[in-house]
Write a protein that binds this ligand. Sequence first.
Ligand code: HEM
Length: 157
Amino acid sequence: MDEFAVARAVHVVAVVVWIGGVSFVTTVLLPAIGREVEPGLRVSLFERVEARFAWQARVTTLIAGVSGLWLTVRWQLWSRFVDAGFWWMHAMVAVWALFTLMLFVLEPIFLHRWFSQRALRDPEGTFTLVRMLHRVLLAVSLVTVAAATLGAHGGLS
Ligand code: HEM
C-alpha cells in the first residue's frame, strides 16, 4: 500500500477524533452543563468530565502533528510556507501549535488553576468565558479543516 496514502489517512483520522471531540464538547456538553447544573458547580464538573477528553486530544494532536510533519518532509513541501497561496498550510500549523500550547503547557501548569480560582469569584462569568473560548477554537479548527481539504485537492487555486 502507498505509504503516503496511509500517512494521509492517519492524519485525517487523528484530526476527526480530535476536532470531533472539540465539537462535541462545544455544542453538546457545555450547553447541557449550562442548562442542567447550577452556576457554582458548572466549571468544576466541566473540568472533571473534560479531563478524560484532554488525554484523547493530547494523543490525537501528537499523531496529527507527526503525520503532518512526515508528509511535509517526504513531499518536500517547505516552499509552501513562503507562498501566501498556501495559507491553509500555515493555518494547520497554527491550529496545531495553539492546541499543543494549551494542552501540554498552559492547561497543566496554569490554566486549570486559573479557571478554578476565577470560578470561585465569578462562576457565571467563568463558565461563559469557557464556552466562548471553545466556540472560537472550534470555529478556527473547522475553517482550517475545510480550507486544508479544499487546498489539498486543488480547490483553492
Ligand atoms: C504540524 C501540524 C500539521 C502539519 C505539518 C500538517 C501537514 C499536512 C500536509 C502536508 C497535508 C497534505 C497536503 C496535500 O495533500 O497537499 C495535510 C492535509 C490535511 N491536514 Fe494537516 N497538518 C498539520 C495539522 C493539521 C491540523 C491541526 C488540521 C485540522 C485542524 C489538519 C487538517 C488537514 C486536512 C483536513 C488535510 C486534507 C486531507 C485530504 O483531504 O487529503 N492538519 N496536512
